[in-house]
Ligand binder design. Structure first.
Ligand SMILES: [Zn+2]
Length: 332
C-alpha cells in the first residue's frame, strides 16, 4: 500500500512536471519567434570548415564565395557583385557603382595560375551588388545597419582572415590584392593605367624619391612587412625598376606608380581603401596588401582581354614574389 501511494505521488509529480514543461516550452517558443523577428540566429562563422583546396564555400545565401588556394596570394573582390536580395534594402549613402567584370577578372587570374602552373591563389568574392553591401568600407558604412548585409560583411572578412592565417602558417608572409576597376575620370578621360594603391596619397606620391624616403614611415604603407624585410627604399619598392608597376609596364600594361609614371601629377588616382588598410597596415600580421584599380578597355572589357592580362599577371606576380619575398610561386 505504501509503495502504491509513493508510485501514485511519483506519477502526479511527473504529470505536473510535464505540464509545467509544456507551458514553459510554449512560452519559450513565443519568445523565440519574437527573437527571430528581431534578430535571426546565424550559424557561427566557420561552421563550414574545414576549408579544403579545390572546394568552394558559399556562405549564407551565396552572398560571399570563398575558394581556398595554395600559394601566398589572396584576391579579394569587393565591388563586382550583382545580387540584389529583397531582405537587404539599398544603402542610403556612399558610392554604389559596380566595378564591372572584376569577378570575371579574378576568376580568370585564378584559372591562369592553375592552367600555367597548377597552383591557385585564395579568392574571396562579395557577390552582393554594391547598392546592398560595399565590402571595401568599415562595417557601418558597408552594411548600414542591415543584419543580412552585416552577416555577408562578416563572412567576407572571416574567409580572408582564414586564408591569411593559413598563408602565414605555410609561407610566413603573403600578399592580398584587392581587385577594383576605375571608369572614366570626371572630365571624361579614360586613364589606361592600372592604379596601384599602397595607402600613399596622390599628394605624397607627387614628391621626389628623396622626400618619400626621408619623410614617410613604412608604417604608413600597406607593404609594412615587405619593406621591413627589404633592403630597398620605400620609393624603390613602389616605383623603382623592380616595383610592381614597373613590371606591369614591361609586360605591356601601363601602371601608376611605376618607373614610367612615378606619380599622379594632378590626375585622378585611388591610393587604397579599407581592405588595403585592414590587411596591409596591421603590424600584428606579417602580411601585405595592394589595391589594384584596373582600367576597363583592353584589360577587363572582354574575355579575351581578361585572359591575355591574366596570363601576363601570373608572370608579373612571379617576378614580384621572386624579388621581394624570395618565393618561387611556380615551384610551390
Ligand atoms: Zn572598387
Amino acid at each position: 500500500m505504501r509503495y502504491f501511494k509513493l508510485s501514485f505521488l511519483f506519477v502526479l509529480v511527473l504529470l505536473s512536471c510535464s505540464k509545467d514543461k509544456s507551458n514553459s516550452k510554449s512560452d519559450q517558443n513565443a519568445d523565440l519567434e519574437q527573437d527571430i523577428i528581431r534578430e535571426p540566429e546565424f550559424d557561427p562563422l566557420g561552421n563550414d570548415a574545414p576549408y579544403i583546396y579545390s572546394q568552394t564555400y558559399q556562405g549564407r545565401n551565396g552572398y560571399v564565395t570563398y575558394y581556398p588556394g595554395n600559394i601566398p596570394i589572396i584576391l579579394s573582390i569587393p565591388h563586382g557583385g550583382d545580387i540584389t536580395p529583397e531582405e537587404i534594402p539599398n544603402r542610403t549613402y556612399g558610392i554604389t557603382v559596380t566595378d564591372s567584370n572584376t569577378i570575371e577578372l579574378g576568376i580568370s587570374i585564378s584559372n591562369s595560375f592553375f592552367s600555367q602552373y597548377d597552383i591557385r591563389p585564395y579568392v574571396v568574392i562579395n557577390n552582393l551588388k554594391r547598392t546592398k553591401l560595399d565590402a571595401n568600407r568599415d562595417r557601418v558604412d558597408a552594411a548600414q545597419g542591415n543584419i543580412y548585409a552585416e552577416r555577408a560583411f562578416d563572412e567576407f572578412h572571416f574567409y580572408i582572415g582564414v586564408a591569411r592565417d593559413e598563408i602565414i602558417q605555410n609561407f610566413n608572409t603573403g600578399l592580398l590584392f584587392d581587385i577594383h576597376g576605375h571608369g572614366a575620370n570626371p572630365d571624361g578621360y579614360v586613364d589606361p593605367r592600372t592604379w596601384l594603391g599602397y595607402l600613399l596619397s596622390a599628394d605624397e606620391l607627387d614628391n621626389s624619391d628623396e622626400y618619400l624616403d626621408q619623410n614617410l614611415s613604412i608604417n604608413e604603407t600597406s607593404l609594412y612587412s615587405l619593406l621591413y624585410n627589404s633592403n630597398e627604399s620605400l620609393s624603390s619598392v613602389i616605383r623603382g625598376q623592380n616595383s610592381l608597376g614597373s613590371i606591369f609596364e614591361r609586360y605591356g600594361y601601363e601602371a601608376l606608380p611605376s618607373d614610367m609614371s612615378p606619380s599622379p601629377e594632378g590626375m585622378r588616382y585611388f591610393s587604397g581603401g579599407f581592405n588595403t588598410y585592414l590587411y596591409g597596415a596591421d603590424n600584428n600580421y606579417n602580411f601585405n596588401a595592394i589595391q589594384l584599380e584596373f582600367p576597363y578597355p583592353g584589360l577587363r572589357d572582354t574575355s579575351s582581354s581578361r585572359n591575355a592580362f591574366s596570363l601576363a599577371f601570373v608572370d608579373i606576380v612571379q617576378e614580384y614574389f621572386l624579388n621581394y619575398f624570395n618565393i618561387d610561386l611556380f615551384s610551390l
